[in-house]
Unconditional design. Structure first.
Length: 568
């Protein structure tokens, strides 16, 4: 059966799958590979089992009208994200080692598009299953909603590819305009996510919002679902078939919409394969650009692999940490942040808005206890995500470690100066998000102040431990590579280590608070306010000492780093 439209391309798909399985088997020939593979499979299995359990056990079901409004709003959000990607990656993306050979082979253009769409569908299937298990929990019929979500997420990449091919024959000037349009779509995505986060933070009643209640009250009637607003309903009207498919409460109401959605998917699939226009030149440029980005990611990873543009290269970078040796090294990293982090800033804002929205979907903010836990959850998840994605630290310095090791500066100072810019950036982004959420929700109190005070130390601890582990056992991790299962196992070990250290710091902080407050109330006969102040100072001293220990540990690992060990 020629699924890709050509026997040769179908054979190529089978051979690539066989090669993937063979490489995975080769990685399991060593004890280290077996252990990391089992840990990675355990991580994936635990994650999917947790999603499946919550999928089957969550009793909270949304009313049909609210469920359809949410599905349409999220469909608009994912479409904006997808379109922004298609505007910057025009043409038909194929790997660099395949694109020239496939374009020169006697193959129909439709067969190449079929091959690309099938390969993309196989890669996105696991993500669609995981998101379906998470998102279908509160739908009227979770099993039917799961099927509908998986089908909808398989259709979205097809539309993305159709737009990329349609724009592939445009000139470079138009491409520059389209990249600006893509940035505008990312801005719209941030606004949509931010609006959703504001609504969920508000307690869903305009009078519960001390800062923005008047604004929403002028837009919505009291108690009305904001996602059911007529303007949003008109804007999301193209997503009605998929919204009705996901929110169907019976098989009789599900099957007609499923048939329509499946028909639209097939029509989009075949229509994309038969689009007119010559996309070969832009496809070659996209393949070269993507290959270059992957090479940069192999040297560092994350958004630190972004290429510096001519515009940002002319920007002046302030000396935020002084003009001494530490300040000079920190300025070097600040220059990378300023000149590469424009796209990273957009992605960080999208991620933080999405995390805030997800925190309110997971927690019941009508409960006082869970509402108080919301800033903590946002701070922890925001720290984990941004620290893993930015990587403006030693993880982008593998190609320059021989130079770094030759610097006449103490390793601990080099370690601290390299991490400070990223720590400051993540702390500002996450701190502003927590503060805005607390102000909108009307829960700005001592707990939020405590979270903001502890946030810099949490970020530094997370980044420092990540870099200590990296310097101790450096590894090049590129998204999409064959060893993703082993990388998941390695990340599971790192997360366990990070969690243990953070728990130890929390325990020491509690002991410091208890000891200082007890000393003030007992032998010193102080007041309750003085005891609280002494406890807070004790926690601050403990956090500073732990940060100093981590900096010294990072310096020790950097001192023993051997540049000859990097054999990649």
């Amino acid at each position: 059966m020629n699924l890709a439209g050509s026997p040769a391309l179908t054979l190529l798909l089978r051979l690539k799958l066989r090669g993937f399985a063979r490489r995975q088997a080769r990685r399991m020939r060593t004890p280290k590979g077996i252990a990391l593979t089992l840990l990675g499979l355990c991580a994936f299995g635990t994650w999917l089992a947790g999603l499946l359990f919550s999928f089957l056990q969550d009793p909270r079901v949304l009313p049909h009208d609210q469920a359809e409004g949410r599905v349409r709003a999220f469909a608009l959000l994912f479409t904006l994200l997808s379109l922004s990607s298609a505007l910057t990656n025009r043409g038909l993306f194929l790997p660099k080692n395949e694109v020239e050979r496939l374009f020169s082979a006697p193959l129909a253009r439709s067969a190449l598009v079929h091959y690309r769409l099938l390969a993309g569908a196989l890669r996105s299937l696991i993500g669609g299953i995981a998101f379906g298990l998470f998102a279908a929990r509160r739908m009227p019929s979770p099993p039917l909603a799961f099927v509908g979500i998986v089908l909808a997420l398989q259709t979205l990449p097809v539309l993305n590819q159709a737009l990329a091919i349609a724009l592939g024959s445009l000139g470079p000037r138009t491409a520059a305009v389209l990249r600006r349009v893509g940035s505008g779509l990312l801005l719209c995505t941030v606004v949509v996510l931010g609006a959703g986060a504001v609504w969920f933070s508000s307690g869903r009643e305009p009078e519960a919002m001390p800062l923005v209640g008047g604004v929403l009250e002028s837009l919505l009637a009291s108690g009305q679902d904001p996602l059911g607003h007529p303007a949003l309903a008109v804007l999301t009207s193209p997503f009605v078939p998929w919204a009705r498919l996901v929110t169907a409460d019976s098989l009789a109401s599900f099957l007609p919409w499923f048939g329509l959605a499946l028909l639209l998917h097939v029509l989009a699939f075949e229509g994309t394969a038969r689009l007119a226009g010559d996309f070969r030149e832009t496809s070659l440029a996209t393949a070269v650009r993507t290959a270059a980005r992957r090479e940069r990611m192999a040297r560092g990873g994350g958004v630190a692999a972004t290429r510096v543009s001519g515009e940002t290269a002319r920007w002046r970078v302030p000396w935020l940490f002084g003009r001494g040796p530490l300040g000079a090294l920190a300025w070097r990293k600040c220059a990378g942040l300023v000149r590469k982090a424009r796209g990273a800033l957009w992605l960080s804002l999208v991620a933080l808005a999405f995390i805030t929205l997800m925190a309110h979907l997971v927690l019941d903010t009508s409960s006082r206890e869970e509402a108080r836990a919301t800033p903590v959850l946002i701070a922890v998840l925001g720290t984990i995500y941004l620290c893993s994605g930015l990587r403006f630290d030693f993880r982008e310095e593998l190609e320059r470690m021989d130079v770094i090791r030759s610097w006449p500066v103490a390793p601990a100072r080099v370690f601290l100066a390299t991490l400070l810019p990223e720590v400051v950036l993540v702390t500002l982004l996450v701190g502003v998000t927590v503060l805005l959420q607390a102000c909108v929700a009307g829960h700005l109190g001592a707990q939020v102040v405590g979270v903001l005070a502890c946030l810099p130390f949490l970020v530094f601890t997370w980044v420092a431990l990540d870099n200590v582990v990296f310097l101790f056992a450096p590894v090049r991790i590129v998204p999409g590579q064959d060893g993703f299962v082993q990388n998941a196992g390695r990340r599971m070990l790192q997360m366990a280590l990070l969690g243990a250290v953070v728990a130890l710091m929390g325990t020491l902080g509690f002991l410091a608070f208890w000891g200082a407050s007890t000393l003030v109330i007992g032998p010193l006969h102080g007041s309750k306010e003085a005891a609280l102040l002494a406890g807070a100072l004790g926690v601050l001293v403990e956090l500073v000492l732990c940060a100093a220990v981590l900096a010294l540990a990072g310096g020790a690992v950097l001192r023993r780093f051997d540049v000859a060990r990097d054999r990649a």
